[in-house]
Unconditional design. Sequence first.
Length: 95
Amino acid sequence: MLRLAAAVAAYAAGQVGNGLGPVEAQCATWQAAEELTVIVRRLRRLGQVDPAGRRDLARHLAGAGVPKREIADRLGVTLSTVRGYLRGGSPRQAG
C-alpha cells in the first residue's frame, strides 16, 4: 500500500512538472490528493489498535522521546488519556 502511495505521488509530481498549465496542475494535484486520502484511510484501518495496544504503544513512543501531544495525535486520543497511559492507568473500556 505504501508503494501505491509513492507511485501516486510520483505520478502527480511528474504530471505537475510536465509543463501543465495552472488549472491542469491544480486538477492533477487534487486528484492525487483524493487518491492518497483513500490510501490513508485504508492504512489507518490496518493500523487500528485496541485500548491496551494503544497504552503499550504510547509507552513505547514516550520511551523513544516522542512528546505527549504528538503521541496523542498519532493515537487519536486526548492528551489526558496519554498522560493516564504513561502513569500506568488502564485503558477505559468503551461502553
